[in-house]
Design a protein around this ligand. Sequence first.
Ligand SMILES: *Cc1c(COP(=O)(O)O)cnc(C)c1O
Length: 718
Amino acid sequence: MDEPVTQGNEGREAAVASLADRLPTPLRPLARIAYNYRWSWLPGGHDLFARLDVDRWRRVDRNPVRALIEATPAALAEAAADTAYVAEVDRIAAALAADLARAPAEVDGVGPSAPIAYVCAEFGIHPSLPIYSGGLGVLAGDICKEASDLALPFVGVGLFYRRGYFHQRVNLAGWQQEYWTEVDPDLLPAAPVLADDGSPLEIHVPLWDRQVTVRAWRVDVGRVPLFLLDSDVAGNDPADRWITARLYDANRDVRLAQYTVLGLGSVRILRAMGIEPGLVHLNEGHGALSVLELATDGTDGADAAGLDLDAAVAASRDRVVFTTHTPVAAGNETYEPWRIVTVLEQLPGRFGSDPRALLSLGRVDPEEHESEAGMTPLALRAARHVNAVSRRHGEVARGMWAPLFGTDAADTPIGHVTNGVHLPTWMAPSIRALLDRHLGEDWTRRADDRATWEPVLDIPDAELWEARRAARHRLIDYVKDRIATDRLARGEDIAYAQRAVRALDPDALTLGFARRVASYKRLYLLRHDVERALKLLDGPSPAQLLFAGKAHPADDGAKGILKSMFDLRGASHVADRIVFLEDYGMTSGSMLTGGCDVWLNVPRPPLEASGTSGMKSALSGGLNLSVADGWWDEAYDGTNGWTISGAEDPDHATQDQRHANELYELLERQVVPLWAKRDADGVPVGWCRMVKASLVTVGPRFSATRMMRDYVETVYRS
Ligand SMILES: *Cc1c(COP(=O)(O)O)cnc(C)c1O
């Protein structure tokens, strides 16, 4: 079969063959479909697996390999006898093959043999591959999918966290607790990368005083292979096997070791497979050490082609671009000098440099010898092009990093490519079907063209409203399915567990808020004035609020905010219409953004670099009510949603007060009345007009299609 990057695919071919052997002959093509996440954004792909056994499909987190391995013989036999189903299997198998066989797009300096290597600490490809925590990872996943759709020569490199990111449970007191589960790689659509002799390909990464052995897994995301590095290898020191266990491990040494594996290991594993990256795209700074490896000739020897560290950075510059994602300190972590010198003990010597030279590369001011160092300054120094992720974030990042470049903020060489979201992944099915009917064939390929979206304005309101209704019903069904179990597992009483199921109304105005519970996202503004909030939900046209989000395990402040929301339980009967969904992730995220009518976002400006959940909501016909920060600062035009002032204010208490008031006022005076105003058929005509304005303005500008074209034109082309 034709595929753009064939390196490292022997393991997958063996896995596909072995899975196919377990299936009745007519169903064998399912094995190849299961080993490429392309099914997840092919029309009909999801139903193909769900149809076998819908309960099991949900239970295995929609993991197709596991669903096939664990399917009962009866279910397989029944499906194999269904000619319509078998025809659908063949149709999707053919669509996958056709997609892989397309000719690659041409981009200067890169090609299938010298692809863009996209290096990131997390990837949110699909709920069944739990190696992401939030926005950064989901964006990386969307980028891989869009790169595949655009046929770019592109490979992803990340880490294979067998225990992934934490799961969230909230106890009876409203306090978040974390737990981790371990995946079995043999049950995932991942296959080991093999050496010529058929054994797992191994590379070594110098950490502390030793060489840590690292292997890789290949995960196929359409045309884009994602190579995931794994230190859980027999023969490694048991502590070294833990390095890639958990995403953003709490231990700082482990995190530094992870980023070393990602940085040095990414280039080494690609070279070991015979891939020389044409360009390294650092998505956030975690993998920045790759620039040093890139400058070497790829051998493990002590000598690095005679380059010292500064020369190595300079030599790689032409082949490195960097995207910075956050102005918040936790996203730009720094480490104590002694820690870096210990973990990276062997690195400076390889370049004939001393540890001070290495530390200097990771500091804003290289001469400040006492201060901590991190990956972001190294990435900023090493990249020939740096971008932020929204227009406003560009301004913030230029101000933030001007000292490193020794420039005025205005002249700091940081541009921006505003984030976008992968349409086929994130649109609610009913809205996708609606737009498929109205926007013409293959419209998602033309999603960055304003003209593509114009026909939205002519969609009959009743038809649009029906699609929105279907999206909301799907969400409320999902929530009702989960809510009683969530509550009973927490130890709540049965009556309380059942109350939300009864209280939720699939035709009521549904407000949503779901994102990390970081302090700057200000979830607490929603309950700033409890009386007023409850009254709002209890007006003549009742509303309901669904919210979700994980607090960082070490952030007790954020956990306190979450707890304060739980303290509303029993505040009045209206509180039954405030529902928290545990363990926010891609599944609940896509349900919420797909079904909510209003998507709330109240970050403290200017700390929201972009935000993408609001784009997902808009593209499913939801309306944004947001502080004018991140992407919304450039999206809001007065007709397509509601906005709260994005001005900065050093007096946080006053700003909170003012923003909470603006939020309530908008909801009371604009959102609820617009929702309530119906025509004779019960259709809210003004609301539909705003939904159309939102689709037409957000659609062309905040899709991943537009984002990737920007990357190609302004960042990748040298
Ligand atoms: C889209 C998404 C995010 C990012 O949303 P923000 O608006 O940036 O907070 C985070 N987590 C999940 C699971 C998502 O799907």
